[in-house]
Design a protein. Structure first.
Length: 195
């Protein structure tokens, strides 16, 4: 069964928006990727899933490096421009600069990074894997910085969102859950797996 783009079932996933920056045969480029995922702590690995014909994919394949800039809640225009237009047809970096957004040169790779993002991660290409109609490019993080004053932008159901905290259950409810968990706690003999 397929879950196509635009299908209401596909739109139920909530994701961050990675602004993927690259430099290669198509020059400096930026694209918005809603499929940006943190895969591993050690080593730090981040994956982006992209259409295989994207200019960003061609740049990354040539240079073996890319930037991940998690879009902040005040960067919806960057996400719209970076995600709505192709690097084959537009110099999106200069478009965004003229609108007023800023970039800076990465320290370890020849890529521009987005100023004001909630997270900036410089990555070297670790692995490429094809899954269905997308290619997953996995980057090993060389350097990462975060902005504690910025929250990551969320994308769900075709709209941008900001996160709101949800109140924890009260102490009585939490204690009741702990009591139930203890009631059903397995002993080492109950489970053959070693954790």
């Amino acid at each position: 069964m397929d879950l196509p783009w635009g299908d209401p079932r596909s739109n139920k996933f909530a994701t961050s928006i990675g602004l993927v920056t690259s430099n290669g045969p198509h020059g400096h480029d930026i694209m918005a990727c809603e499929w940006t995922h943190h895969l591993s702590y050690r080593p730090g690995l981040i994956a982006v899933s992209l259409g295989p014909t994207k200019t960003t994919v061609k740049n990354i394949r040539a240079s073996k490096e890319f930037g991940i800039n998690l879009c902040a809640t005040d960067q919806t225009i960057i996400a719209s421009v970076a995600g709505g237009y192709s690097g084959r047809d537009y110099d999106k970096i200069n478009v965004l600069k003229e609108i007023g957004f800023q970039f800076f040169q990465a320290d370890n790779i020849d890529v521009l990074m987005v100023k004001g993002a909630s997270l900036n991660a410089e990555c070297k290409l670790f692995k490429e894997v094809t899954f269905g109609d997308h290619v997953m490019l996995i980057g090993e993080v060389l350097e990462a910085t975060h902005n504690p004053e910025k929250e990551s932008l969320i994308y769900n159901n075709g709209k941008y969102w900001s996160l709101q905290s949800i109140e924890k259950p009260n102490e009585e409810t939490r204690q009741s859950i702990k009591d139930i968990l203890n009631k059903y706690k397995k002993t080492p003999n109950d489970n053959d797996e070693i954790r």
